[in-house]
Ligand binder design. Structure first.
Ligand code: AGP
Length: 608
C-alpha cells in the first residue's frame, strides 16, 4: 500500500531514500517523507503532501546523514497532508517511524500516551508507534528492545522502520503482515518494503517473516522474533532484470507492460506444456492424480482484476475438466462465514501476493481445514507462503497500478490448471493437443493484436469523450467485458458498466444512446448469432458500437471493429481482452490522466 525505504552505511542516505521512494511511488502517492540522523546529532525530517518529486524539491542540499528512513503514503487514517505524512516522531523528536499497515488499537494507545504527556500532531494510527517506542527507550535501553516492547502492546498489521537520533548506528525494522526486505550491500545495508527499490544497489536480499524484527547496521544485520529469539536467515538472490523496473523507452509502465505480454505469457507457459501426453506439468500444485480426482468443486478467490481473471479461470476449468467452478471476490467471501467443504479446491489469485482481503480469505479457508492453492506473481509473498501449493506466474514485476500482463498470465495459468485437471478427468488426448497448440500460439497472436495499438489509439480518442461506456459479452465474453470496464474506469475515470449481452434487454438497454457507446465482445463461436442480434438491438436504439471480434460484423451492426486472431473458443477471452487494455490506455492518455498512478488507487491493497 505504502512504500518504505531505509539506508545505513558510509554514504549520504538521502539520494538512495529519494530514489527508492520514487521507485516505490506506485504503491502509494499522496504524500512522502524522509528522516535522517544528522552527523551532528538530532534528526532532520522533511515531509510533504504530494509526490516524491515534491519531496525532493523540498529537501535542501544540507539534508545529509548516514542513516535514514523514508516513506510514500496511500492515506488510510487521515487525509493526505504534510502533518499526516510519515515519518512520525515522538515529543522529543528522538524517534522517527515509518509504517505500512493498520494499528487497530491506535485509539486506545493514543488515549493512554496522551494521558502520559504525548502530544499528537497527526490523525494517523502510525504516530502512536513513535510515542510508544520513545516511552520504552529509557536510558541504556537498546533501540531493538524498545521496539520489541512497544510492538508487544500493538494490535494490527505493520511493516516498520525505526530511526533513533541517539543510536544512529542502527535501524530497527519489523514485519507483521506488511513486507520488509533487507538489501545487503558492501559495508552498507538497505531496507525496503519491495525489492524494486533495492535492485539497483544489491541483488542479495532477506525477506523478513511475519513476527520477525531485525537490527540493521552498516556491516550487517541480526534477525530475531518478537520474544527475542535470534533467527537465522539466508539471503536469496533477486533474479528479475533491472530493466523490468524501468519504462524502457515507453511513455508509461502500463504501455510497456501491455507490450511485454508475448514474453510474459511465454514465461508463464515455460516448461509446463507436455506435448507427449497433451497435458500440463504443474509440480507446484502438490496434488497427485488420485487427490485431484477427489475434487468435486473449485472455488476461486481474488479481488478486482484478479477476481475477473478467476471468472475466466472458472469457465476454463468447467469447460475443460467438467468440474463445477466459481470465482468470488475474496473481500466478500471472508466476511460471510463461508461453508468450507473437504472436496472443494480453493484457489487464491493475486498478482502482488499481498492483498489483505485475499490473504484473510486464504487464512479463513485454512483455519476451517480447506486446501488452498495460489496463483501468484510475486515469489515468496504472503499469499504464496500461506497456500498449500500453486503456480507462480513469472510475469515479471508489474509496476503500473492497473494490472495487464499479470491478468493475462493468470488466465494462462488457469488454462494450464484446467488442461491438467481435464486430462486427469475426461478431456480427450485430441482435445488436450488442441489446447496445447492453442497455448503455444498465444504469444504470436498477442503480437498481432499489439500491432494494432495505433489504430486502437484513434478509436480511443474518438470514444474517450463519451459520458460512459457499456461493455457487453456473452458467457465466455462476460468476464472480458467486466475486466475491460474495470480497466477503463480505473485509469481513464470514464464511467463504464459491464453486462452479460443476454441481460441487456432486461434493463440496461434503457441507457443506450449515442452518448453511451457499447464495446461488444463478438467471438466467432456458437453464440455469434445471438451476439449479432444484440448488436442489432443496440443499433435500433441509435447506440454506437465498437465490436471486438474475429470477423467484421456488417456495417449496420457496428460502427467500428477491432479484429482479433482466433484461438480455440476456450482461450478466445484471453486475446479479446488485449484490445480492451489498449483502449483503456489510449483513452486515459487522450484524457490526460496520470496513467500509471490513477487517482485514489495504489498498486496493492494491504489493508482491509
Ligand atoms: C487491477 O487493475 C487493479 N489495480 C486491482 O483490481 C487489483 O487487481 C486488485 O487489487 C488485486 O490485486 P492483487 O492481484 O495484487 O491481489
Amino acid at each position: 500500500m505504502c512504500g518504505i525505504v531505509a539506508y545505513i552505511g558510509p554514504k549520504d542516505a538521502t539520494p538512495f531514500l529519494l530514489e527508492g521512494l520514487a521507485r516505490l511511488e506506485y504503491r502509494g502517492y499522496d504524500s512522502a517523507g524522509v528522516a535522517v540522523a544528522g552527523r551532528t546529532g538530532g534528526l532532520k525530517v522533511r515531509k510533504v503532501k504530494g509526490r516524491v518529486a515534491d519531496l525532493a524539491a523540498a529537501v535542501p542540499a544540507r539534508f545529509k546523514g548516514a542513516t535514514g528512513i523514508g516513506h510514500t503514503r496511500w492515506a488510510t487514517h487521515g487525509v493526505p497532508s504534510d502533518a499526516n505524512a510519515h515519518p512520525h516522531l515522538d515529543n522529543a523528536e528522538r524517534i522517527a517511524v515509518v509504517h505500512n499497515g493498520i494499528i487497530e488499537n491506535a485509539d486506545e494507545l493514543r488515549a493512554k500516551l496522551a494521558a502520559d504527556g504525548a502530544v499528537f500532531r497527526s490523525e494517523t494510527d502510525t504516530e502512536v508507534l513513535g510515542h510508544l517506542i520513545a516511552a520504552h527507550a529509557a536510558e541504556g535501553v537498546e533501540l531493538e528492545e524498545a521496539v520489541r516492547a512497544a510492538l508487544g502492546k500493538v494490535v494490527g498489521t505493520y511493516g516498520i522502520a525505526v530511526l533513533d537520533a541517539e543510536q544512529p548506528d542502527r535501524i530497527v525494522v519489523a514485519r507483521n503482515g506488511s513486507p520488509i526486505v533487507l538489501g545487503i550491500g558492501e559495508k552498507e545495508m538497505f531496507v525496503a518494503s519491495d525489492v524494486s527499490a533495492l535492485v539497483r544497489y544489491t541483488r542479495q536480499v532477506v525477506h523478513l517473516e511475519d513476527g520477525e524484527l531485525a537490527t540493521v547496521r552498516s556491516d550487517g544485520f541480526r534477525t530475531f522474533t518478537e520474544d527475542a529469539r535470534t533467527t537465522h536467515r539466508q539471503p536469496s538472490t533477486v533474479d528479475w532484470e533491472i530493466d523490468s523496473y524501468d519504462t524502457g523507452g515507453y511513455e508509461h509502465f502500463l504501455l510497456k507492460e501491455i507490450h511485454e505480454q508475448p514474453g510474459s505469457v511465454e514465461r508463464t507457459l515455460g516448461g509446463r506444456l507436455d506435448e507427449r501426453f497433451a497435458t500440463a506439468h504443474l509440480g507446484g500444485l502438490n496434488l497427485d492424480a488420485r487427490e485431484l480426482r477427489e475434487i468435486r468443486r473449485v472455488k476461486i478467490l481474488g479481488c478486482g482484476s484478479a477476481y475477473y481473471a478467476g471468472e475466466m479461470g472458472a469457465q476454463l476449468i468447467e469447460e475443460l475438466a467438467r468440474i463445477p467452478a466459481h470465482s468470488e471476490p475474496a473481500s466478500e467471501f471472508r466476511y460471510r462465514n463461508p461453508v468450507i467443504e473437504a472436496d472443494t479446491l480453493y484457489i487464491a489469485v493475486s498478482q502482488s501476493g499481498e492483498t489483505y482481503d485475499t490473504l484473510a480469505a486464504v487464512q479463513e479457508v485454512k483455519r476451517k481445514g480447506g486446501r488452498v492453492l495460489g496463483v501468484v506473481n510475486t515469489v515468496g509473498s504472503a499469499i504464496a507462503r500461506e497456500c498449500d501449493g500453486g503456480i507462480y506466474l513469472h510475469a515479471g514485476p508489474e509496476i503500473s497500478v492497473a494490472s495487464t500482463k499479470a491478468f493475462t498470465s493468470t488466465v494462462v495459468a488457469f488454462a494450464l490448471i484446467a488442461l491438467h485437471f481435464g486430462r486427469i478427468h475426461d478431456l480427450s488426448p485430441a482435445d488436450g493437443r488442441r489446447i496445447v497448440s492453442a497455448l503455444k500460439a498465444l504469444p504470436d497472436q498477442i503480437r498481432e493484436v499489439l500491432a494494432q495499438s495505433d489504430a486502437i489509439a484513434e478509436l480511443a480518442a474518438e470514444y474517450a469523450g463519451s459520458e460512459g461506456m457499456m461493455f457487453i459479452g456473452r458467457v465466455r465474453g462476460y468476464p472480458v467485458a467486466r475486466e475491460g470496464a474495470q480497466k477503463l474506469k480505473e485509469i481513464s475515470y470514464v464511467h463504464a458498466e459491464a453486462y452479460p449481452a443476454s441481460e441487456l434487454k432486461h434493463g440496461p438497454l434503457a441507457l443506450i444512446s449515442p452518448e453511451l457507446p457499447t464495446i461488444a465482445l463478438v467471438p466467432d463461436d456458437e453464440l455469434l448469432d445471438k451476439n449479432l442480434t444484440t448488436l442489432g438491438e443496440i443499433k435500433a436504439r441509435s447506440g454506437r458500437v465498437l465490436a471486438v471480434a474475429h470477423r467484421r460484423p456488417e456495417a449496420k451492426l457496428a460502427d467500428h471493429c477491432v479484429l482479433v486472431p482466433k484461438s480455440e473458443p476456450e482461450l478466445d477471452p484471453l486475446l479479446l481482452n488485449i484490445p480492451l487494455q489498449l483502449l483503456a490506455y489510449h483513452a486515459a492518455v487522450a484524457l490526460g490522466r496520470d496513467v500509471d498512478k490513477p487517482r485514489n488507487l495504489a498498486k496493492s491493497v494491504t489493508v482491509e
